[in-house]
Design a binder for this molecule. Structure first.
Ligand code: MLC
Ligand code: AMP
Length: 464
């Protein structure tokens, strides 16, 4: 199995393989420069990449894949606490490419103009390609090792669902440190042998320009589609596309409808997780039912469970969604406790999402079991990690962080604080600087006390 088999310059008539903002790389230059990166890092086991939306990031990731070195994509705005944790927990030996201001590790440069045409043997399918970090309800983010086999299976299942081929040019502007922007959004087009236009930020204007440049497929989180729906002129430019895809959080039905009005396209919605890649999707050749995320993709089985029994697939009964398939990771890095909680036996993974399944196999995600996992702008954020940072401030005596409904972000992070007088912005910046920008509360609400039950546990359902 060649993970990036189609990368090889066997189709010289194809245009640039990757365009990021104003920067571009032909297919041949991508192979030559990434192979030169691979030569330099051969023998390493794990390297960190500061995942800015840049050609350097693509070369570092592809170089790691060619050499069989596990790559840890790090959010470029990671604060000290998050950075220290990711580097130590992943066992990263060095930065590959640019390092942050406080690097903590040596850096190996990515030389954009170096070239090598050496042919490297394909690493073992079960070797780790990427370690992605994702939030849980408490504690710092957990590492999810993702194998080459999982990536290949996950991308091929999407190619089947979306009729995705080498003729497609994908456009998006999502961050390059998560499944959506990196695995689907960069490795997807490279595995298919197609092209990528990355717009740096996922703005309506950027997407409209990509459509004018000939992009055929567009990826966005619901916030991106919400902003696109509010900009009809930009949205209309996407009428020429073949497929619009939404994922990472629930797509509101009104947004689905507005995009249909402006573009003539019904958005394909798909559902996934860092731990599982994409497991359920509506199809290019099938029904796209607003509010529903579709059918299991090729190679995936799903079930609904409630207290160790199966829940009927009748379109109404609600249960815990479990998934299994080749694209699943097999556990968290260094976290046997958390692994045992979610990988529940026989290859099944308990997603933590609550769903219904129709008799026709269609899935609808109803919500998450835990209120302490927040989805804001498509980012998964643990209430606990934010509370820990805020509690470290001397003015904060008690704190409860919740996600409150927000038309644009899906959920907006709000911190309820009991404590001494302190500027909101001081607390917001503390989180932005210790963790990362997207984890910052958008609002601080000072209260006299937090609602607690008889056991003294904060009742978050009463907040927000
Ligand atoms: C940034 N800003 C700050 C700040 N940091 N202001 C004050 N204090 C700070 N510390 C400013 C920025 O400069 C910016 O201004 C403005 O706040 C908004 O910045 P933002 O927070 O970056 O953008 P926002 O508009 O809120 O983000 C929306 C978004 C983003 C959609 C662009 O949330 C996003 O990229 N989401 C994608 C998440 C994703 O890819 N998830 C996939 C997970 S994988 P200005 O002027 O510069 O705008 C997964 C699996 C699956 O879930 O199923 O896919
Ligand atoms: P992450 O690990 O960041 O990939 O987040 C995974 C979570 O995002 C899932 O457990 C869901 O709660 C949510 N999610 C992803 N896609 C969808 C979708 N289409 N609809 C609803 N929730 C989604």
């Amino acid at each position: 199995m060649l993970l990036l088999g189609t990368l090889l310059p066997n189709a010289p008539d194809l245009p640039d393989a990757v365009v990021i903002g104003d920067d571009r790389l032909s297919r041949e230059d991508l192979v030559g420069a990434a192979t030169a990166v691979a030569e330099r890092i051969r023998g390493a086991h794990t390297l960190a990449v500061l995942a800015r939306p840049s050609i350097d990031t693509v070369l570092a990731v592809v170089g790691g894949l060619i050499a069989g070195v596990a790559v840890v994509p790090v959010p470029p705005d990671s604060g000290a606490k998050e950075l220290e944790h990711i580097l130590a927990d992943s066992g990263a030996q060095a930065w590959l490419g640019p390092a942050p201001d406080e690097p903590m590790l040596p850096a190996i440069p990515v030389r954009r103009y170096a070239r090598s045409w050496h042919s490297h043997p394909e690493p073992a399918p079960d070797s780790t390609a990427l370690i992605l970090y994702t939030s849980g309800t408490t504690g710092l983010p957990k590492g999810v090792p993702i194998t080459r086999r999982a990536i290949a299976a996950g991308l091929d299942a999407l190619a089947d669902a979306w009729a995705w081929t080498s003729r497609d040019t994908l456009a998006h502007g999502l961050p390059l440190f998560h499944v959506h922007g990196l695995i689907l959004g960069v490795l997807g087009p490279l595995r298919r042998g197609g092209a990528l236009i990355h717009t740096v930020k996922p703005t309506p204007a950027g997407y409209a320009a990509a459509a004018e440049a000939g992009a055929s497929m567009f990826f966005g989180v619901p916030t991106v589609w919400h902003r696109m729906a509010s900009d009809p002129a930009a949205a209309q430019a996407l009428s020429s596309a073949r497929l619009l895809v939404s994922g990472s959080a629930p797509l509101p039905v009104p947004v689905f409808e507005q995009i249909r009005t402006h573009t003539g396209h019904e958005i394909v919605e798909r559902y996934g997780m860092t731990e599982t890649l994409i497991t359920v999707s509506t199809r290019a050749d099938g029904e796209r039912r607003p509010g529903w995320v579709g059918l299991p993709v090729a190679g995936v089985e799903t079930r609904l469970r409630e207290a160790d029994s199966d829940v009927p697939h009748d379109g109404e009964s609600v249960g815990d969604l479990h998934v299994r398939g080749t694209m699943l990771s097999s556990g968290y890095l260094n976290r046997p406790d958390a692994t045992a909680e979610s990988w529940v036996g026989d290859g099944w993974f308990a997603t933590g999402d609550v769903a219904v399944i129709g008799s026709d196999g269609m899935h609808r995600i109803v919500g998450r079991r835990a209120t302490d996992l927040i989805k804001s702008g498509g980012y998964r954020i643990g209430a606990g990690e934010i509370e820990t940072v805020l509690m470290a401030h001397s003015a904060v005596h008690e704190v409860a962080v919740v996600g409150v409904p927000d038309d644009d972000l899906g959920q907006r992070i709000v911190a309820y604080v009991v404590g001494d007088a302190v500027e909101d912005q001081v607390l917001i910046e503390l989180v932005a600087n210790e963790l990362s920008h997207h984890k910052r509360p958008r609002e601080i609400r000072f209260v006299e006390s937090l609602p607690r039950n008889a056991m003294g546990k904060v009742q978050k359902k009463l907040l927000g």
